[in-house]
Ligand binder design. Structure first.
Ligand SMILES: *Cc1c(COP(=O)(O)O)cnc(C)c1O
Length: 363
């Protein structure tokens, strides 16, 4: 069986360094918000090209904390609207609802699966305060268009970069393309911890300080609480694993790009729509589209190839958002009905990639 993603093999590459790092943390006697977290924050900010990075507990919290910080700073208020792509992973939308803000769903572009910049302006009202582009599957959004609209209407731009560590838009990386960005280090992400982890990147010092306090009980100073905060911190043990893996992230991206290039050049089947990249992609996912998706998935499984669907149900059709179940987002629904993610990772070997290509061409 060709697995969709073999995390055991991914992490085995770093096992020796990780064990040494682990020992260092155990012996330090300091397990939360110590030197490993501080060093990782510095290194990750520098990698993204931002002035600040703040480690938090997971990617959802990173997005929640950015919005919450803007509320504490008086920039947004309960009931304000946040523009977000309708086909995103549910976390982007949960972060908005969690803050008593209103998610305004916008259809993606059918070619890129990213928020369609041409459909943003018609959704802007006097309540709109934020645009949240999601660099879905690893490709950066059309940030010039999005930032231009944000500037015109005085909106904040919060990137959801959970799938796009290291992806470029022109000469800047995801995380440095708006006012603030949320990252996830969930094990399956391109930069994955061995548990949960997340970070916020920004060039805004006040925002970084507010998030730092909010993530630590609202405390900027021991036993003094400025805000009714959370406990959402990045563990030392995860920070140390991430420091090991960050050094290799560019190699990981290069290897993923090679796999994607092979698929793009060798998959030739009229029934299959291949992904199109207009900016840059780090290929967190390689997503193809086909009319009878479930049939293709079963065919591939019968041929020893595991695939996944990202995602089978769009947010507006989820039980959690019952109030939206009757809304219609035809492009989003089409995407959810037709997408299939092929195996891609830094450890898949060329024979496996070839077999996937051959089997799809024979389909
Ligand atoms: C993974 C992911 C998140 C959430 O990250 P967690 O660390 O699992 O909380 C948010 N947005 C997108 C687009 C994601 O893929």
């Amino acid at each position: 069986m060709i697995p969709f993603l073999d995390l055991k093999v991914v992490n085995a590459q770093y096992k020796k360094e990780m064990l040494e790092a682990c020992e260092k943390v155990i012996e330090s006697g300091w397990y939360i918000q110590g030197t490993e977290c501080k060093e990782f924050e510095k290194e990750f900010a520098s990698y993204c090209g931002t002035k600040y990075a703040v480690g938090v507990a997971n990617g959802l919290d990173a997005l929640i904390l950015i919005l919450r910080a803007y509320k504490e700073m008086g920039i947004i208020n309960d009931g304000d609207e946040v523009i977000v792509p309708a086909n995103t992973y549910i976390a982007s939308i949960l972060a908005i609802s969690e803050n008593n803000l209103v998610p305004i769903l916008v259809e993606p572009d059918i070619n890129t699966y990213l928020i369609d910049p041409n459909k943003i302006e018609e959704k802007i009202t006097s309540k709109t305060k934020v645009i949240m582009p999601v660099h879905l599957y690893g490709q950066t959004c059309e940030m010039d268009e999005i930032n231009k609209i944000a500037e015109k209407y005085n909106l904040k731009v919060i990137e959801d970069s959970a799938q796009a560590h290291g992806a470029y838009y022109k000469d800047k990386r995801a995380g440095n393309l708006g006012d603030a960005s949320g990252f996830s280090f969930y094990p399956g992400k391109n930069l994955g911890a061995l548990g949960d982890g997340g970070a916020v990147t920004t060039n805004d010092e006040a925002l970084a300080d507010t998030i730092k306090a909010l993530s630590n009980y609202g405390s900027h100073k021991k036993y003094e609480n400025l805000y009714k905060g959370y406990n959402s911190r990045l563990d030392e043990i995860q920070a140390t694993f991430l420091r090991v893996k960050l050094k290799y992230l560019d190699d990981v991206i290069e290897k993923r790009k090679k796999v994607a290039k092979f698929y793009l050049e060798n998959i030739k089947n009229d029934k299959i729509i291949l992904p199109k990249v207009f900016t840059d992609s780090v290929w967190h996912l390689f997503v193809i589209r086909t009319k009878k998706r479930d049939k293709l998935q079963k065919y591939l499984l019968d041929n020893g190839i595991q695939t996944l669907i990202h995602y089978p149900i769009p947010p507006h059709k989820q039980e959690a958002y019952k109030e939206w179940n009757n809304l219609s987002f035809p492009i989003t629904e089409k995407i959810h009905n037709e997408v299939l993610s092929l195996p891609i990772s830094e450890v898949i070997n060329i024979d496996e990639v070839k077999k996937v290509g051959e089997k799809i061409n024979e389909y």
